[in-house]
Design a binder for this molecule. Structure first.
Ligand SMILES: *[C@@H]1O[C@H](CO)[C@@H](O)[C@H](O)[C@H]1NC(C)=O
Length: 178
């Protein structure tokens, strides 16, 4: 497509800052971690495995258990001193639906981890909408008196459109019957 055909579709540029998107709370996961072990240092960094030993998820829209499989294959970079979470785990909702969760993101100076979270849930389940959202999480490691990670606490949110454009999709939607 030529640029000239695209240009008329672009909104007029304005100097004002656009309205920020919102965050809608999805829930809190509390997951135990088994003893971590190290893969060692490699060309990729220093990888540590935190096997996840199960837990719970409680949220305003649904509750679930976290089965005792999954883990975090976190990558540390000793040179710059940061840690990058790379976690995969499952949710099993109270009505028995299995949802896959993957989360990754960097540790922040204050110690918590900021993660981008992706859900995958079957379209034929009541949770299919989770596959179509953009979600973020804040993960707080729980350490015992020896400083060993014994679990993680995660708060999760989904991104919502700014109020200035929220609802436009629905109102302006053209429905076509087939
Ligand atoms: C989730 O569990 C909490 C605590 O047991 C309960 O108060 C809440 O009603 C449950 N929520 C749903 C959506 O089932």
């Amino acid at each position: 497509m030529k640029l000239s055909t695209l240009l008329p579709l672009l909104p007029l540029a304005t100097a004002s800052t656009p309205a920020s998107p919102g965050l809608s709370y999805l829930g809190h996961a509390s997951i135990a971690a088994s003893a971590p072990f190290s893969i060692g240092s490699s060309t990729f960094g220093s990888r540590t495995v935190f096997p996840l030993a199960g837990g719970t998820f409680i949220g305003p829209l649904f509750n679930a258990t976290v089965p005792a499989y999954g883990g975090d294959w976190g990558l540390g970079n000793p040179t710059v001193g940061n840690f990058y979470v790379d976690a995969r785990y499952q949710l099993k909702t109270t009505d028995g639906v299995d949802i896959y969760v993957s989360a990754n993101g960097p540790q922040q100076p204050e110690g918590v981890l900021h993660t981008r979270v992706r859900f995958e849930a079957g379209s034929d389940t009541p949770y299919g909408w989770l596959s179509g959202i953009v979600a973020v999480g804040i993960t707080t490691p729980v350490v015992d008196e020896d400083g060993q990670v014994e679990g993680i606490e995660i708060d999760l949110w989904r991104m919502t459109s700014p109020s200035t454009i929220a609802g436009k999709g629905k109102k302006g939607k053209k429905t076509r019957r087939v």
